[in-house]
Design a protein around this ligand. Structure first.
Ligand SMILES: Nc1nc2c(ncn2[C@@H]2O[C@H](COP(=O)(O)OP(=O)(O)OP(=O)(O)O)[C@@H](O)[C@H]2O)c(=O)[nH]1
Ligand SMILES: [Mg+2]
Length: 454
């Protein structure tokens, strides 16, 4: 995710203290250059970025962290803000039609589902069309994804020509007043004439508002080349970077923005449907320089958490009354928010911890299953007030949940820690610093613990 880039910037920033001199600036820039190259940012982009920061700093009377951060922020924002649209933009006349294109396996079909879900959460009426007639199971794959998201699907295995599919889908979208139509198309192993012709035919058959090129982050700099070819051949309006959660260095996001000349619109941050984030340069820059992105987090949360419940939860957390019932409910909501690492990266100061957490899979987490079993064996009173749990109660609960005494004690301890963290988090301004310390201290006991299990 962004963690390697974030640590590139924050490490360089740390090298500059308030009354520092030219030497520390030099060190910081050298550090930044080295780590950006290591994070796979294109060398030309690195060279330009370092040169402009250096120039900015030359004009400063006093070199300090503040001016250094300001310069990084401005220059990064400049690089990432490519002329064009940001996030999702609706056409003036509905339906807004999106064509999803890209190479084989890049993540097109999954991204159609993710984008449909993103729009559904925002109360839009969405239709998706399966115009990939190349791969045998493609139509069925999209049908299933649509069912999972709970949106309408248009398509059938009997269609012979993708142009007929999109014409039919467009008519349905117009007739039934859909807000958005998203079209899934076929991929190819490499760019070939047939594919480009097919896409051009689809594009000219209906009114297409935007062509989104889905780029696989794992393919590194090749992605930049392929995206450029698609741009020249059929025209693309945005890039969606998929699989950004993979074991990648992250620099490809910066390279795409600066080298392809088409705005990065969304990033895929996991295999599941909610794992899609809008790419808004100003907010991404905040994350990159370690300041988090609470705005996006609040937005995400407000879409899946009932406002009244959120306020009540907040009150309980502040008073330290957060109990097991709340916990289970909160975890369910948490799952809807998407990838855990991505969420953590949005909390100020937490970006650097994302590397320490391996794959957290809330859905299949062994830990979570144990907690749920434990909660199911508790009485209503015990759930509301975990401090009631003496040894004999614990023995009873362990038996009911099929756990041993050690496991029960461990979970109860972790829960206590978690609610302490939550209480701190909601408290005073120093809350975040305290959490950092607590997480630092609890790192092995808590975070890696959740991460290792599935
Ligand atoms: N980890 C991760 N996996 C992803 C992401 N997006 C897609 N995938 C996975 O990538 C694989 C390919 O995804 P598809 O959506 O089928 O790709 P496609 O471009 O439609 O493939 P074709 O139809 O064969 O051209 C699937 O296993 C997806 O689960 C992502 O953001 N993160
Ligand atoms: Mg597909």
């Amino acid at each position: 995710m962004f963690s390697s880039l974030t640590s590139s910037f924050t490490t360089a920033i740390k090298k500059i203290k308030i009354y520092d001199d030219q030497q520390s600036l030099k060190n910081a820039l050298a550090e930044l250059k080295k780590s950006l190259l290591k994070a796979d940012v294109h060398h030309k982009v690195v060279k330009d970025l370092i040169a402009t920061i250096e120039e900015d700093m030359r004009d400063e009377e006093e070199i300090g962290q503040e001016s250094f951060i300001k310069s990084i922020r401005n220059n990064l924002e400049d690089i990432l803000t490519v002329e064009g649209k940001q996030g999702f933009v609706f056409a003036s006349k509905p339906p807004t039609v999106i064509l999803m294109v890209g190479l084989q396996g890049s993540g097109k079909t999954t991204t159609v589902g993710k984008l449909a879900n993103y729009l559904k959460l925002r109360k839009k009426k969405v239709l998706v069309a399966g115009a990939d007639l190349q791969r045998m199971a493609a139509v069925e794959q999209l049908r299933q994804i649509s069912n999972q998201v709970g949106i309408e699907f248009f398509g059938h295995e009997n269609y012979k020509n993708p142009v007929d599919v999109v014409k039919g889908a467009f008519k349905k979208a117009e007739d039934d007043l859909y807000d958005v139509l998203i079209v899934d198309t076929a991929g190819r192993l490499a760019i070939d004439v047939d594919l480009m012709t097919q896409l051009k035919n689809i594009k000219s058959a209906i009114k297409v508002d935007e062509v989104f090129y889905v780029a696989d982050s794992m393919t590194g700099h090749d992605t930049v080349r392929t995206a450029t070819t698609f741009k020249n051949e059929i025209g693309i309006d945005g890039v969606i970077l998929s699989k950004y959660d993979g074991d990648i260095k992250g620099g490809v996001a910066i390279s795409i923005a600066s080298q392809v000349g088409v705005p990065l619109r969304f990033i895929g941050t996991g295999e599941k449907i909610p794992d899609l984030d809008a790419f808004l340069p100003e907010r991404i820059v905040s994350r990159l320089i370690g300041e988090g992105d609470l705005e996006s987090l609040m937005e995400k949360t407000s879409l899946v958490v009932d406002k009244k419940k959120a306020t009540e939860l907040n009150r309980k957390i502040k008073k330290g009354e957060f109990n097991f019932n709340d916990f289970i409910e909160h975890v369910e909501n948490f799952k809807k928010l998407g990838d855990f690492k991505s969420i953590l990266g949005m909390i100020p100061g937490m970006g650097k911890f994302t590397d320490q957490i391996k794959d957290i899979n809330l859905e299949n987490s062994q830990e979570l299953k144990m907690i749920k079993a434990l909660v199911n064996s508790m009485t209503k009173k015990e759930r509301e007030n975990p401090s009631l749990l003496n040894n004999s109660r614990k023995r009873r609960i362990a038996k009911g949940a099929g756990l041993n005494q050690i496991q029960v004690n461990k979970i109860l301890k972790q829960f206590k820690n978690a609610s302490l963290i939550a209480k701190k988090f909601s408290g005073n301004k120093n809350g975040l610093k305290d959490i950092e310390k607590m997480i630092g201290a609890n790192k092995n006991a808590m975070l890696s613990n959740i991460g290792k299990r599935r």
